[in-house]
Design a protein around this ligand. Structure first.
Ligand code: MG
Length: 243
């Protein structure tokens, strides 16, 4: 671990240890080490025979948070954020799983930093794998595409150009709680972005808030959630294998 990275973690864990909750969102930004930029190879990911389909040209197993139909646009199995209509959740709940999801940021580049092609894939609705147009777009490293938001920068920046598809394969091990509500096992996540491993069994410290530190609410199985961050991000070919 490099010195800058070590310093950042020491500050992070010292503050967590002594319960000093920051009110400034910049307090949890990591600018210590830029992830290496990797040019992805073009990959085709055939769907396994036992995959649980959440989105294709026939199935759209998503709803608004209140269970009503989504207002995002759906054109032949490509759904696109309709800004202001809110996050959407899968119609089924998951714990340990392999999630395959493809996403695309808008071809017309608007904004910068966190304001460019921002969305997110939330495991169990509370742990965000960031979706962001990180092609020639600098932001804090634990907030760029593929980060575990505000916790862990990706090992590499494998982002496709704006308007081109990205693929996330997420292997997720959910945190476990006993009957009293005590956490007995942490969550872990491995993420492959466009064929490049960007998380290798990364520990999930807790929720992934914009402001403040991770929290550990007791939960069981929960839907996958996709974020409306007001940018025209699209998704296609989403499937899950329970593990
Ligand atoms: Mg996001």
């Amino acid at each position: 671990m490099r010195v800058h990275s070590l310093c950042w973690f020491l500050i992070f864990f010292t503050c967590v240890l002594f319960g000093q909750e920051p009110t400034d969102p910049k307090a949890t930004e990591d600018w210590s080490r830029p992830p290496v930029i990797v040019t992805p190879v073009e990959t085709i990911w055939p769907r396994p025979s036992d995959a649980f389909v959440l989105l294709d040209d026939k199935i759209c197993a998503w709803s608004k948070l209140d269970g009503t139909p989504i207002a995002w646009t759906n054109e032949n199995g490509v759904i696109t954020v309709k800004p202001g209509t809110g996050n959407i959740i899968s119609s089924h709940k998951f714990e340990d799983c392999h999630l395959h999801i493809e996403w695309r940021s808008p071809v017309i580049v608007k904004g910068e930093g966190q304001g460019r092609g921002n969305s997110g894939v939330f495991l169990q609705s509370i742990y965000e794998v960031q979706v962001l147009d990180s092609y020639n777009n600098e932001t804090y490293y634990n907030g760029q595409a593929g980060s575990i938001y505000k916790q862990q920068a990706p090992l590499a920046n494998a982002c496709s150009k704006p308007g081109e598809w990205n693929v996330y394969d997420i292997i997720y091990k959910a945190p476990k709680y006993d009957i009293k509500g005590d956490k007995i096992q942490s969550g872990y996540i491995t993420v492959i972005h466009n064929g490049i491993v960007i998380h290798n069994n990364t520990l999930i410290h807790g929720t992934t808030p914009f402001i403040g530190y991770p929290k550990n609410p007791v939960h069981r199985g929960a839907p996958i959630m996709l974020q409306d961050h007001s940018d025209l991000v699209s998704y296609r070919n989403i499937w899950v294998r329970r593990l």
